[in-house]
Every structure is written in C-alpha cells, then in structure tokens.
Design a protein around this ligand. Structure first.
Ligand SMILES: Cc1ncc(COP(=O)(O)O)c(C=O)c1O
Length: 446
C-alpha cells in the first residue's frame, strides 16, 4: 500500500506511529489515494470542506486571481476580491458586524479578536478590563492564548507553564447536563456566567468567548432554549463584550451561514475559519462592528495587529469563490435538507447501537458519543482508546471521521464528529451511515 509512515520522508508527521495514505484527488464527498482507494469524507477533513472537493469553478477563480496578483501587503494595499468578500460577509452577518479582517487560521483570528477587544477597552480608558471568560468543554485553537482559552487537558499538558489565565465556566453540554437541559439548562448555565463575572469583578472582565454550537469538545452540543438570551442580557448589563467563535460551526455548517442566527444572537465579534474557504486556501476572518472601529479611529487611529498574510488575495479569492458558489448553488438549503436527513438516519441507525450514548448537532454537523454504560453514561476508560480505534477501522472501511476524547470528565470520553461537505446528497448520507455503522460494529466487536 502506498502510505507514508514515520520515519519515511521528511515531513514532521503529527502521529509518529500510524500510516498516512497519500491522497491524489478529491471530488464532492470523495477522496482518492495513490492506490485508488476511495474515502467518503464524512468529517470534511478537520470539519473544513464545505462545498465539496475538486470544484472546478473555485479552482479557476483562485487561479485567475493568482495569475493577476497573489499577494499584496495588507497594511498598504487592498484588492477587489478582499473588498467583495468582506462586503458579502457583512451582508449575511448579524446587524452591525460590518467590518472583516482576514487571516490564515482560526487560531490567528481568535487571537486577533481577543486583541481587538483588549485594545478597545484601553482606548475607552478602561485598561483594568483584561479578563476573558471562556467555557469548558470548549476549544478555540492551538496558539498560546487561544489554547489558554481552550479547556482541552490533553492539548495543554506539555504547555501549561506557557499558558495564561483565562477564566472557565461550565459550557452547555446537553448530554452531560446536571439539570434538565430543555427546561432548566438556560438558567443553570447562564448563572455560571454571572457567578464568574461577579467573582472576577465585572469591571475587570473584557469579553465572553464561546462557540454558539460547540464543536468536537462536546460533540456538537447545541445550547438549551433561551440560553443566549440570558447570556446576552448578563453581558450587556455588565458591559462585557461577546465573541462568538464560529470557526467550526459557521460558514453554513449548521444550515445558516452564521450559527448565531439560529439563536437571534448578536455578538460584538464573530470569528470564522475552516469552511469559509472550503479547504481551497488557508483563510479565517474576524468580524467586528464599525461602531467599535470608530472608537479606535477616534483614539489611536488604528487596530494594532497585522500578520504577513493579512487580507492577502491568494486567500480571500478562495473565500469569495466559495461564497459565490454557495449562493449560486443554494448550498445552505442543501445543508439544511441533507443535514436533517443525516440526523434522522443517525437517530434511526446509529443511536440504537450498544456503545452509542448520544447523537447531537445541527445541519451538516453531528457528534456521536460512545459510553461503556448507557444508563449511567459512564465513559470507556481512556486507556482503551475507543475513539482512535474506531477512527482507524473507519479509515480501513473508506470513511473519514474526526475524533475527540476526554469530554466526559477531562480525561475519559470518546466521540466522533461528522461534518460532511454541505453539498452531500441523501444517497451519500445513506452510504455514510452504512459505512459508519459497519465501522462501529467492527471496532466495538458487537
Ligand atoms: C471552534 C474553533 N475555534 C478555533 C479553532 C482553531 O482553528 P485553526 O485550527 O484553524 O487554528 C478551531 C479548530 O478546530 C475550532 O474548532
């Protein structure tokens, strides 16, 4: 089999004890390797692939831009593709979020959002507002501040001395909620925010950072009814800014371009990444309000942040082409209908399987959580590496999945995420479910 395994080659592979198939092509939901083996990309890679693999018109749009100009310095120039992408996002965003800066990765955009908020408070004459509150479980990226804001012990374990203090509150994680989620969840989880704000001192808190729909950290958990109304009221009352991290759940993944829209949520900043470029180039964005930008203009006169690839047209051309493709082919409508069908099939075929404790999510985003005992929700011992084994079995079955571990108690817990291209058809959903079911049966030896 044509695979690469450490110590072959010169790439620093992420995992030093597994085989890496060499991918040569992709079409729609399918990937193909050098041996002609096909994989149904049920996780869209790292929940990135939004309009499918190998879309010719996106490749052409990017090629056209590269042939004109690939890079300009974003602190000196702008380009039409960058302007048009910002305009397109502003038209879709919750009211007031009408300015976008473009960077390369979700982590970078989270860092930029945090710096924007911090600078704004200093400009306003409130340098004491420097504390950020995030949630556990939750994930915001792998750079040092974004990791500080991430409650993922296994990602943090080597780096703790380098991380900084970000306050953590309990995230709304429906499956493991200590109260009845539907009726009491909003009060319970919103109270956690208020408690933390009061413990820190409201006038020291800069912003609350959260995922509107939690990604792999809590298996695509959606908030309980009324949660964001309550949380918004608390933040507004204490003058605390709200940063919605939609790196994973945004860009159409849940059936709305912005996941915040499901909840009537109007945050102060939104961070996008992953599906924004559909995998055609590295691209992330931070969206902010003109009203806040005006405050900066009247103060220092600029946002003190830039990186080499800020607003670079080689990246934004891909984002614009993906956005146009979504409009032209009504991709969001497909994400809603195929997403609803995916959840229907998951409930019918996957949820009844013995080790499956829960299925959650929205649109073309789903989490499947595994437990040793469904009655008590007891997780498998981490040493059994259930998620990793399932991932390997699924790959042998021609199916890609995205794993997460530790969500049950910080150490134990196994789940896999599904985030197929938003263009997936119902027949392809059937194929995905059949392959997933067979991989679960094989891997858990049922
Ligand atoms: C919610 C969320 N925020 C931020 C990030 C970081 O994005 P990136 O890996 O592109 O830096 C991720 C990545 O998984 C994410 O899921």
């Amino acid at each position: 089999m044509a695979t690469i395994r450490y110590p072959q080659g010169n790439v620093l592979l992420r995992n030093l004890s597994r085989d890496y198939p060499v991918i040569t092509g992709g079409r729609g939901v399918w990937l193909e390797d050098e041996d002609g083996r096909r994989y149904l990309d049920a996780s869209g890679g790292a929940m990135v692939v939004s309009v499918g693999h190998g879309v010719g018109e996106i490749a052409e749009a990017v090629r056209d831009q590269l042939a004109q100009v690939g890079y300009v310095n974003g602190t000196q120039f702008t380009t039409r593709v960058t302007e048009e992408l910002a305009e397109g996002l502003a038209a879709l965003a919750p009211p007031g979020l009408d300015r976008a800066a473009f960077l390369g990765s979700g982590s970078e955009a989270v860092e930029a959002a945090v710096k924007f908020v911090r600078q704004l408070w200093v400009e306003r004459g409130h340098p004491e507002r420097s504390v950020f509150i995030a949630r556990t479980p939750g994930y915001h990226g792998n750079t040092l501040y974004a990791l500080s804001a991430s409650a993922r012990p296994h990602y943090r374990k080597f780096f703790d001395p380098l991380l900084t203090d970000v306050r953590m509150i309990e995230a709304p994680y429906g499956y493991r909620s200590p109260v009845d989620y539907e009726t009491k969840g909003a009060d319970h989880y919103a109270a956690a925010l208020e408690r933390e704000i009061l413990a820190v001192g409201a006038d020291r808190v800069a912003a609350f950072l959260f995922e509107p729909v939690i990604g792999s950290s809590a298996g695509a958990s959606t908030p309980p009814p009324g949660y964001f109304e309550k949380v918004t009221a608390i933040c507004r009352r204490h003058g605390i800014l709200m940063i919605a991290d939609e790196v994973l759940c945004g860009s159409g993944r849940t059936g709305e371009f912005f996941a915040s829209k499901h909840y009537g949520l109007e945050p102060d900043l939104i961070v996008l990444g992953k599906g924004l470029n559909g995998g055609y180039a590295a691209l992330s964005a931070v969206l902010v309000r003109s009203a806040h930008v005006e405050e900066m203009r009247r103060g220092s006169g600029y946002f003190m942040h830039a990186q080499t690839y800020l607003q670079a047209p080689c990246m934004t051309a891909a984002g614009l082409a993906v956005l146009r493709y979504m409009r032209k082919h009504d991709v969001l409508e497909n994400a809603r209908s195929s997403g609803a069908y995916l959840h229907e099939r998951l409930r019918a075929e996957i949820l009844p399987l013995a080790p499956v404790g829960n299925v959650a999510g929205l649109g073309c985003l789903a989490g499947v959580e595994f437990v040793a005992d469904r009655a008590t929700k007891r997780p498998f011992p981490r040493a059994e590496k259930r998620a990793e084994k399932l991932l390997a079995t699924a790959l042998e079955n021609g199916l890609t999945l995205w794993p997460n571990v530790g969500q049950a108690d910080g150490t134990n817990g196994d789940l896999v995420m599904l985030a197929p291209p938003l263009t997936i058809t119902k027949d392809e959903v059937d194929e995905l479910i059949a392959r997933l079911k067979s991989a679960i049966l094989k891997s858990f030896e049922i």
